[in-house]
Design a protein around this ligand. Structure first.
Ligand code: XUL
Length: 526
């Protein structure tokens, strides 16, 4: 008999579903729903609401709820055997927060299947919009929290990360400071992940250790709310937060809303969701310490698993709880595909093949030319002032600028991942830009290790489905092993291994120093 598990991923631009069959270890269904296209009435652009302030990036929690209805309707239409699903889990874009008033508990318990989720949620929000991870408007609040916690090093060693603009704590503090009345009316604060899990479970869901670590509020080692951090953030905060829990922990049966409306198995279990990055760790099969992956998407992320908690003294990288029990590290470079695409646009290149040809036409190391492509405020290195900085690089030379954006991104990855003290043996590359061989070659040469492509278009949703399976089995007294559970779902693309070139490695070892100096120079000037 099929053993089906459903994983959902509520990301910045889309909601995705992956259904796996644990009997055959196969993905049997995948679907993605783009917010801008499927729900234009919410008026988002790339999943974000327009705002005059370029540092403010919000989205709408109702949009995410509407997308959940649409995706379930689509699964029903596509005849997915929802009646055979044993458990549902999910992941969400990290850090984003949802502010709910005291009506939410009752609304969740009584979701009326004759109405849409949007109608059911009428009047439950204490704040209409949700700040998301792209928001960088809380520099002041970060400084206040960091100061109260004793500086960068201590903030990072307690909460897993320094105070970051997009992290939930600083966002909550800004809300408390700028709209005290609405803050006081807030009975529950959820993350995107726990908000979506609450809809599925029909009750307030816990926040898991993976996503909870992205708030600057959780004690990273003890995995409970840190009272100093709560105090430094806003008053009465502990009352507004749900409990913390293991990723994938069973909350209870799914809400009857999804059973009646879409035919979901009434015995299906709703489990705690996690963040998209922790979920991707599972989806990419990084279940053993020391395994590293890079996800080349809108932003680029560099992450891996870690047994013992080790935090970044400089406060650039993050440590989150891993759904596999230990820890995961993450460094997020905001200007990933965003910068690559901007350079492509700037030099009017019709496609990536042409871009790649130009990259290949310039010698490794770009004759010492360095570009800092911070089209948007950058997370690593941290700067709130977008800007394009060129060193020994002619703006008019399209080929050199194409090569420079790839080299800058790889060098930045190397420079800013040193604190992890993990020399990766192999890097698994995923995400849209991972099918760009020139980019992967630059990364292999800069990092001095092989890069292999993994083709999982929906690694977070797949990770979420596997998390549902793990939660279900654990709940039923089994002791599932992550390596066995994930086996077969993610394999490197045959023949995709790109090995480092010894000569290039040497050139980049040297260029790294210059790159680091250029970064400090640019940061000083900001
Ligand atoms: C991680 C981060 C992003 C979002 C993207 O810290 O901000 O990777 O999780 O959804």
């Amino acid at each position: 008999m099929a053993k089906l598990f459903l994983g959902l991923d509520s990301s910045t631009q889309s909601l995705s579903a992956v259904v796996i069959d644990l009997d055959t270890h196969k993905v049997i269904y995948e679907k993605s729903l783009n917010f801008d296209q499927s729900l234009p009435e919410f008026k988002t652009r790339n999943g974000v609401l327009p705002n005059r302030d370029p540092l403010v990036k919000h989205s709408s929690p109702l949009l995410w709820a509407a997308a959940l209805d649409l995706l379930f309707a689509q699964m029903k239409k596509d005849k997915v055997a929802l009646n055979k699903v044993l458990a549902v889990s999910g992941s969400g874009q990290q850090h984003g927060s949802v502010y709910l008033n005291e009506k939410i508990t009752e609304a969740l318990a009584n979701l009326n299947p004759k109405k849409s989720l949007v109608e059911n949620l009428d009047g439950v929000f204490a704040r209409k919009t949700s700040p998301i991870w792209m928001d960088s408007s809380t520099t002041k609040e970060c400084a206040e929290i960091r100061k109260k916690l004793g500086g960068i090093k201590f903030t990072a060693s307690r909460t897993g990360s320094d105070a970051f603009e997009r992290f939930t704590g600083p966002q909550i503090r800004k809300f408390y400071k700028t709209d005290l009345k609405a803050y006081e009316k807030t009975a529950h604060i959820a993350l995107v992940s726990s908000f979506m899990a609450s809809l599925l479970a029909g009750k307030i869901a816990p926040i898991d250790f993976g996503d909870g670590a992205g708030m600057n509020l959780m004690d990273i080692r003890r995995k409970n709310w840190n009272h100093d951090a709560l105090k430094a953030t806003a008053p009465s905060l502990v009352k507004k937060l749900p409990p913390l829990a293991d990723s994938g922990k069973v909350i209870g049966p799914v809400s009857s809303y999804f059973v009646t409306r879409y035919g979901l198995n009434p015995a299906a279990l709703a489990t705690a969701w996690t963040g998209d990055n922790p979920a991707s760790v599972i989806g990419l099969g990084l279940v053993k310490p020391g395994q590293v992956a890079i996800s080349l998407g809108t932003s680029d992320t560099f992450f891996g698993t870690m047994e013992v908690c080790h935090t970044d003294e400089n406060g650039e990288g993050h440590v989150f709880g891993s759904p596999t029990g230990g820890y995961m590290t993450l460094i997020c470079f905001k200007n990933g595909s965003l910068a690559r695409e901007k350079i492509r646009e700037l030099y009017k290149l019709s496609d990536w093949t042409k871009f790649g040809e130009l990259v290949a036409s310039v010698p490794v190391g770009n004759n010492g030319g360095v570009l800092l492509p911070w089209f948007e405020a950058e997370i690593v290195p941290r700067t709130n002032k977008p800007g394009i900085h060129r060193f020994d690089l002619d703006e008019k030379n399209a080929a050199a600028n194409c090569r420079a954006v790839f080299e800058a991104q790889a060098l930045s990855m190397r420079l800013h991942s040193q604190w992890m003290a993990v020399a990766p043996e192999k890097i698994f590359a995923t995400g849209g830009a991972s099918n760009n061989p020139q980019l992967l070659q630059v990364i292999a040469d800069v990092m001095n290790c092989s890069v292999l492509r993994i083709e999982v278009s929906k690694s977070a949703a797949l990770g979420a489905a596997l998390q549902a399976a793990h939660g279900y089995l654990t709940h039923n007294g089994k002791n599932p092993k992550w390596d066995k559970l994930t086996a077969g779902f993610t394999k490197p693309v045959p023949g995709s291994e790109i090995r480092p070139d010894k000569k290039a490695v040497k050139i980049y070892d040297k260029l790294l120093e210059k790159y680091a100096a250029c970064e400090s120079d640019a940061m000083d000037g900001i």
